[in-house]
Structure formats: structure tokens, C-alpha cells
Design a protein around this ligand. Structure first.
Ligand code: GLA
Length: 370
């Protein structure tokens, strides 16, 4: 009876969109996965009664696998990843990672905030990318909560990023909560506070492949509720203007196969879309359907942008689950975010976080079949 009441209150909280606060916990299934810098790294399994099973590690907050059923009920892993910690430690292009302090690029790693010039680590040609040389994707997070109840599971991770880490000002306390719900959703809450004015743009860099990672993603059908993109220069820094997608291969306002017009986009898609939700409410922004498996992924977010990236830099050199070599376009990312290089673009929504303010964002990846 007690378990039922706990389960019911959890379901109400999850449905209403609040972050659930457990009063009783059944520990999550976890195992010691290895070590990084003398700190213990664990792999957690979060599941629900539908048989959805998500694995997340406190190394880089990485989602390492997401098993969901296809239309025949056959479960398969729909994200790119590895089954050993050492594979992640040997280097990878942010598979499933929690990206910070800044998702995507900051031009030449420089910005000015309150008349102070900051220089960040430069790790992508002349630019700063995804938090620098040792971004959040390579940090060991503290595990604050790891529990399951009835039909849901929660993993709360936190990290104190010290003042000037990778060049960013302020001691930044970050909390990221992953919740698996009974409706086959992965909810990711991002929260942070700082003790000095800083810039912040957290995201998750999962590469999805709804075939169960068996084929490339070019036959997936995408709808992106976005009317414009932020075009970039040759180093992938936004020029600062917004360009309408209408009449271009970037227009996914109605369903198109990802591969249909990709040949017209040199290298493949790697671009930030300005979403329609400017209010900061949680709204649906994307839908991806894979016709053979019948799997559907819906994306909801409070963020103003999303980076649509089609795994253009994958080249077959990384071998993931089931011994599959990840070739070009083997996964797609929908990285919900603020726009790249916002610290240098006064016209873009602000990414400044000040002492006393609370950074708060929510993104939901929901799986079903059609
Ligand atoms: C992001 C970027 C890409 C690339 C990948 C990681 O999506 O926009 O250009 O750097 O991350 O390989």
C-alpha cells in the first residue's frame, strides 16, 4: 500500500512536469564501472515497467545505452555508445555526454562579460567547443540520488566546477537529474548557480539511431518545429543573422527523410535551429520516425535552440555496441541549447548567469511506436 502511494505521488509529480523529490528510495541497480582520476565511476540502470532500460554513468553524465521496443515489441539500443568505461576514456565525439560549460562553439575562445575579457581553452581549430579540453563530458559527477519507485527511476548528479575551469569565471554548482518515466520518457533537468557572473549552456549530446544502430540514419523522417537557422562561417561560428529555412534543404517544418536533401548540405547537417518557443515553456520541438522499426522519438524542451547534427565526423574508426563500426551518418543529435557563440552575439538570447540567479532547463526525449 505504502509503495502504491509513493508510486502515485511520483506519477503525479512526473506528469505535472515538476522535478520529483523522493521521500523513500529503492536503490537503483548500479555497478562499479572503473575509475577516473582516483574517483569511482558507476554505471546505473534505470528502467520502467514497459521494459525501457537506460544506462547512465557518473563519468561525464553519459547516457551509454537506451533500450526501447520496436512496433513488434523487440527491444534494441537506440543510441551510439560503448560497453566499457575505457572506450569512453580513450576519446569519442561526445557520445551521450553531458556537455558544459558551453554546448557548441565560442569564437576563438574569447568573450567579454561586464568589461572583463576572458580566454577559454581552444580545442576545435581556433575555437572553443563543448566546454574545452576537459569539459563536463570528462568529469566525474557526484551521485546525489539514485532510486527507483514503481514505474520510474531517478539519477541526480552534481558537479562543482571551480572558478576559471577551462577559462570560465565563477564557482559553478551544477545539478543534472535524469528521470525515466512510465511513458518511456527520459527527462533531463539542468540546474546551476554561480558565485560570479558567467556564461552557461548545458546540453546532452546523445546520438540516436532508431534502427537499433543497425543502419545509418538517412531513412529516418524528421520534423523540426523551427523556421530559421543561425548560418555559420567556415569554422562553424554563427554569422549572427537568422536565415529562414523555407525553400532550403534545412526546412523540416513538415516531415522529410534526413537523407532526402543531405547531399545539398556540404558534409551533412550541423546547424543550430531557432525554435519557436521563445517563452521558455516546455514545448514539443521535434519528431523523428523510423519506418522499419516503427520507433518514434519526440523531443520537448524549454530551450530556444537545437543543434541538428548528423554524425558527419564519424568515419568508421570507432567500434561501439555489437561490434558496429560507426560510419558517417550513423547517428543524429538533437542538442537542445542556446545558440552557439551567444557570448559574442548581442542579438542572440542571453546565456549570462549571475550570482543569485538560478539556471533551469528541461529537455524530454520520449519514445513510442507508430
Ligand atoms: C556538435 C558540433 C559538431 C561536432 C560535434 C561533435 O554537434 O556542432 O560540429 O563538433 O558536436 O563531433
Amino acid at each position: 500500500m505504502k509503495a502504491n502511494i509513493i508510486g502515485l505521488s511520483l506519477v503525479i509529480l512526473v506528469v505535472s512536469g515538476c522535478k520529483p523529490k523522493p521521500d523513500v528510495s529503492a536503490p537503483l541497480n548500479d555497478r562499479l564501472w572503473g575509475q577516473e582520476g582516483g574517483l569511482a565511476v558507476y554505471l546505473y540502470t534505470l528502467s520502467n515497467k514497459n521494459g525501457m532500460e537506460v544506462k547512465i554513468t557518473n563519468y561525464g553524465g553519459i547516457i551509454t545505452s537506451v533500450k526501447v521496443p520496436d512496433k513488434k515489441g523487440v527491444k534494441d539500443n537506440v543510441v551510439l555508445g560503448f560497453d566499457s568505461l575505457s572506450s569512453y576514456q580513450s576519446g569519442h565525439p561526445y557520445f551521450g555526454s553531458l556537455v558544459g560549460r558551453y554546448g557548441n562553439r565560442i569564437a576563438k575562445g574569447k568573450f567579454v562579460l561586464d568589461d572583463i575579457a576572458y580566454s577559454l581553452a581552444v580545442n576545435n581549430g581556433v575555437n572553443h567547443l563543448h566546454g574545452g579540453i576537459k569539459g563536463f563530458d570528462k568529469q566525474v559527477f557526484r551521485v546525489d540520488t539514485a532510486w527507483s519507485a514503481m514505474d520510474s527511476a531517478v539519477l541526480e548528479l552534481s558537479y562543482l566546477s571551480p572558478d576559471m575551469e577551462e577559462g570560465y569565471p565563477g564557482n559553478l554548482q551544477v545539478r543534472v537529474s535524469y528521470v525515466i518515466t512510465g511513458s518511456n520518457e527520459i527527462k533531463i533537468w539542468y540546474e546551476a548557480e554561480t558565485d560570479k557572473a558567467t556564461v552557461l549552456n548545458l546540453t546532452n549530446h546523445s546520438y540516436f539511431n532508431l534502427t537499433g544502430c543497425r543502419e545509418n540514419i538517412l531513412n529516418h523522417e524528421l520534423v523540426l518545429m523551427a523556421d530559421s537557422i543561425t548560418p555559420t562561417d567556415t569554422t562553424l561560428i554563427p554569422t549572427g543573422v537568422l536565415a529562414p529555412v523555407a525553400g532550403t534543404p534545412f526546412d523540416f517544418t513538415s516531415a522529410h527523410k534526413i537523407g532526402e536533401r543531405i547531399g545539398e548540405v556540404p558534409g551533412g547537417y550541423d546547424i543550430n535551429y531557432k525554435l519557436r518557443n521563445i517563452t521558455g515553456e516546455l514545448v514539443k520541438v521535434a519528431e523523428v520516425y523510423e519506418p522499419i522499426s516503427g520507433r518514434l522519438l519526440e523531443v520537448f524542451t524549454t530551450q530556444p535552440g537545437v543543434q541538428f547534427y548528423t554524425g558527419n565526423f564519424l568515419d568508421g574508426s570507432l567500434k561501439g555496441y555489437q561490434g558496429i563500426n560507426y560510419q558517417k551518418h550513423h547517428g543524429f543529435c538533437l542538442e537542445t541549447q542556446h545558440f552557439p557563440d551567444s557570448p559574442n552575439k548581442p542579438g542572440f538570447p542571453s546565456v549570462v548567469l549571475r550570482p543569485g540567479e538560478q539556471y533551469k532547463h528541461l529537455t524530454v526525449y520520449k519514445f513510442s511506436v507508430r
